[in-house]
Design a binder for this molecule. Structure first.
Ligand SMILES: Nc1nc2c(c(=O)[nH]1)N[C@H]1C(S)=C(S)[C@@H](COP(=O)(O)OP(=O)(O)OC[C@H]3O[C@@H](n4cnc5c(N)ncnc54)[C@H](O)[C@@H]3O)O[C@H]1N2
Ligand code: MOO
Length: 415
């Protein structure tokens, strides 16, 4: 039988490891499990991870054009005071009409219209009086004013987007401006979600004494969907090794990633560690973090090609381990670039009563000076769902540190 964790337990896989070591393992596993790429129409690309650099094939703007509705003119024609110019035609946004501006002339022009040859400046409509075939420039523009130069935004050959970028609306717009109809993106992992535990009852059903509602499943589904994934939830598994093995084997064959919650610690009914030691290949078990210490990551091996990420059952542990490690895993599988580190000042002093790295819940606010602050929630137990719901960030309290003063800068992980 697979070993259970006793003081003598010395497994061949990383066990009870520092958070940084866990991150390195997660990164390595994700690198080994990099997903393929697929071309995706721009209309479907939002939120996907770009798998190719995008290089400009043309300048942006592609031609000199007007930034205002008004009149295109030659700045050298303007005299001190008011200048009268002959209006010789019009150039609207759209195909270039082939008209040029000669000395003493101007053309009516609209925003985005190509600047006609000869013109170098645009005067806005509001600063001009129109008198039949002539205009009187009442307020003179500066030389080159209201002209958007070809290539002033980007030049042909510039790298516009990098592999690993997440496709935001602005980035998709940039690709569209180059005429690209589709982009090569990382395939997203398919994910199966299981809750385990004999005590669990689905919301909407009646509770018997000793039972609780399954709150983790919808939490996990939401966390996964927030990453653009389309997780599939399976019926809750009882604490029965044969049933768990059967269900995980089916999911292990069909999905890239199987996420479970519960049954991963040291109790008599915590079957997942033994099962994954016997049937899979454990890559890490137990990370020196609070909450979420019992988290386990394994390759499926005889359970199928999927990765298995087993999160501890406490609801706040699910939140913390998903955000700190699970999300990192799916980011890495898609080749996503690192997420920006965010920081805030503690709005209140905090003392940690242990040496472990802690992901404490807190509320992110701005103080009267607009400085980012975070208010720690004192209900720090991993079962304290109200505190998690009242909060919107995890506050990163470093390993080794104990006493934090009000105003100390801490890392935060928004959720
Ligand atoms: N002797 C030890 N006991 C425990 C350890 C340990 O190292 N040695 N670790 C503790 C820590 S830390 C955590 S976290 C929990 C994690 O245990 P499991 O992953 O085995 O989770 P369960 O025991 O199945 O459940 C823990 C807790 O969460 C509730 N739960 C489970 N699933 C759900 C769900 N879907 N929705 C809502 N709530 C759920 C469950 O009823 C338990 O109360 O172990 C500690 N013990
Ligand atoms: O570390 Mo466990 O995840 O707190 O209760």
């Amino acid at each position: 039988m697979p070993v259970s964790p006793t003081p003598e337990f010395q497994p061949e896989f990383p066990y009870r490891i520092a958070f940084d070591a866990a991150c390195a393992i997660v990164d390595a596993v994700a690198g080994e499990r990099r997903l393929g790429t697929q071309p995706l129409a721009l209309s479907r690309a939002h939120g996907h991870v770009l798998a190719q650099d995008v290089v400009a094939s043309m300048p942006q703007p592609p031609f000199d054009n007007s930034a205002m509705d008004g009149f295109a003119l030659r700045h050298a024609d303007l005299v001190d005071g008011e200048t009268t110019l002959r209006l010789v035609g019009e150039q609207f946004a759209g195909p270039a009409g082939g008209l040029a501006v000669e000395a003493g002339e101007c053309l009516r022009i609209t925003t985005g219209a190509p600047l006609p040859p000869g013109a170098d400046t645009v005067v806005m409509k509001e600063n001009v009086s129109i008198e039949g075939e002539r205009i009187r420039v009442r307020i003179a523009p500066r030389p080159g004013q209201h002209v958007r130069r070809a290539g002033e935004d980007t030049r042909a050959g510039d790298r516009l987007l990098c592999a690993g970028d997440v496709l935001s609306p602005s980035r998709i717009a940039l690709a569209a401006s180059q005429g690209l109809a589709q982009l090569e993106v990382a395939r997203r992992p398919t994910v199966a979600v299981f809750a385990t535990g004999d005590e669990l009852v689905e919301p909407g059903m009646a509770l018997q004494p000793g039972q609780i509602y399954n709150s983790n499943r919808e939490q996990l589904m939401g966390l996964l969907r927030a990453e653009g994934l389309e997780p599939v939830a399976f019926p809750t598994l009882p604490d029965d090794p044969a049933r768990i093995t059967s269900a995980l084997r089916h999911a292990g064959e069909a999905f890239d990633l199987v996420v479970t919650c519960g049954g991963v610690s040291a109790g008599e009914k915590d079957h997942l560690p033994a099962l994954l030691q016997a049937r899979g290949r454990v890559r890490l078990w137990k990370v020196m973090m609070k909450p979420g210490m019992p988290v386990l990551l394994a390759e499926g091996d005889t359970l199928g090609p999927a990765l298995f990420l087993c999160l501890p059952g406490n609801p706040v542990s699910v939140l913390a381990t998903w955000l700190a490690l699970g999300r990192r895993l799916v980011d890495g599988m898609q080749g996503r670039g690192p997420r920006p580190a965010r920081r805030a000042r503690l709005a209140a002093a905090w003392t940690k009563n242990h040496e472990r790295l802690e992901f404490l819940r807190g509320r992110w606010t701005l103080d009267a000076d607009g400085i980012s602050r975070v208010e720690p929630n004192p209900a720090d137990g991993s079962h304290r769902m109200q505190a998690a719901a009242d909060s919107d960030v995890l506050i990163v309290l470093e390993a080794g540190a104990r006493d934090y003063a009000e105003g100390d800068v801490v890392g935060i992980v928004p959720y």
